[in-house]
Write a protein of this length. Sequence first.
Length: 427
Amino acid sequence: MPNYANHQSLTALGINYQTAPVNIREQVAFPPDRLVQALKQLREFGLTQGCAILSTCNRTELYCSHRNEDQAQLMNWLHQFFLLPQDTLTPYVYVHSGRDAIVHINRVASGLNSLVLGEPQILGQMKDAYAFSREANTLNGLLDRLFQHVFNTAKQVRTETAIGANPVSVAFAAVTLARQIFGDLSGQTVLLIGAGQTIELAARHLKEQGVKQIIIANRTLANASLLAQEVSGYAINLSEIPNHLHEADIVISSTASTLPILGKGAVESALKKRKHKPMLMVDIAVPRDIEAEVGKLEDVYLYTVDDLTGIVEENRNSRAQAAAEAEDIVQLKADHFMQQWRLLSDASPLIRDYRHHAEHLRDEALAHALKELHAGHDSETVLKKFAHQLTNKLTHTPCLGIREAGNGGGDHLLQTARTLLIPEKRA
């Protein structure tokens, strides 16, 4: 019987927009410059054999493989890494193990667990998580195979269902919100803060809506300039925002900053210059780019990612059938991975034991042959005897099994034995 005590477990532990509000999620958002450090800690502290971290504006998740499943230790580490009081996260955390973890990660990568159902960016973010794990050298064989399986599943979902038709995203939802508030966007000036994928998507959607002007603000002016050229806008540094904020009817922000980009004072000054003409602000970032107090100002309509739920719900309804088809694919693919995992788990100790057995027989025969050579016996005769004895020892037990199978009518066993023991002749 296989020894399951040595088998690895899989765990997915995290929080997302469904279980935790933005003020909790932003406390455990991993900045890119600390991800490798976090991954190495998980490995060095002996909490995992393999680990990866997915950290986006809507979720933070740990994917771990380990022999001794101890979710409490993972939770303790998460609190300690972010210097949070014990049990701060406990009410918001979900944990999936084994097959449930595989299904969950497949659903995440396929966009089935996203705020905007079917949004495509999450697969790229999942690939980033994989790349960070490779950089930190925290991918073991099981986790590496899992990621390849997940990428394949997400690709199949995109190819075989309509989940990716008319691509949508949080950025698209933000633009939809702006359209609902202003109606025609052709007379509006938009300030986009950041230059990542979310802002890039928002810029393209806004250009399609024919907005009057797009301003791109980013810490790196060169990155902002590239995007600005693409959408016929202009670029500024983050430090220049106070000089241009009053021009913006719509502000959409999504940076990786750990501190707010816009404070109440800066927005108040902009409103005075605008003579209190209303402003729409959509803060997609986690941690938030715009101080919460800004939302208390008159003539400012501040929305966070959590406020986009209504728009997203309409999208969910329109994609319900595609999502159902995608769920079937996810479940089937999870079953396939589980089957392969069990086979590998069962095969590894069998291969190890078989090799040890063969090496033991070899060592016995070799010791006998060396003894005869040292005694001065003819070397050719000793070698022939050694080869004969080793062949007999290696084939004795399999031959007994084949004979018993033949006497018992075990046709299937005989065919399996032929496949395993007699290499196929190749031209």
